[in-house]
Design a protein around this ligand. Sequence first.
Ligand code: B4P
Length: 205
Amino acid sequence: MFNLILFGPPGSGKGTQSQLIIDHYQFTHLSTGDMLRTEIERQTPLGMEAKKFMDRGALVPDEVVIAMISSRLDAQGNAKGFIFDGFPRTTAQAKALDKLLSLKATSIHLVLLMQVPEEELIKRLLLRGQTSGRTDDANEEVIRARIAEYYNKTSPVADYYAQQHKLQTVPAVGSIEEVFARIKQQIDKRFAELNLHSVSSHPRS
Ligand code: B4P
């Protein structure tokens, strides 16, 4: 099993690159952002609670997202690997994830930090906001609040993984394909270090 975290500020391309990684490596995608948006669409109590935070660019409380991830991990018994997209976003979430994975006798193998300058993030999210219907992309004030939340609460999580020698940075500007090529290089390098290349990579292209 190979477990990857895609880490980075809002709009750095975590969701975009996750799709390419899944196509190439057949990992199971766990995106807390997608899970929360599904809960909002279904108008569940969890979704209604989460919406209050998301609409103002704030992080949803740890206990809510940790419980969501825990039940998804339990439901995915046979996965060959997971991509955690947008999770963990706080050190408490990172510690909870380590515990959940240790119960499954596994751990995080690689954390990729997607680096994009702030003005480019704002440009991308405003552009997506023109068509996505996402309330958190709709105006620059909320986007800036999300980025501030990232620097205050999420970016310290990178140190947590750097101390475990699991963190690699990926310049995430350029075309989507160029960024994917850099990500692929990092994953394949880690596979080779772990002697996993023969079991985990089944490229279609
Ligand atoms: P998420 O759904 O995780 O999404 P994101 O941070 O907005 O964006 P992502 O980095 O995935 O960017 P994308 O590929 O879409 O979070 C939304 C909210 O949910 C959070 O603010 C928070 O409130 C809540 N939440 C989620 N997880 C949580 C957690 N664990 N704890 C607490 N709260 C949580 O790309 C963005 C745009 O850029 C797209 O339009 C894309 O087409 C474009 N793009 C991508 N790559 C590009 C490239 N190379 N060049 C040009 N454009 C590019």
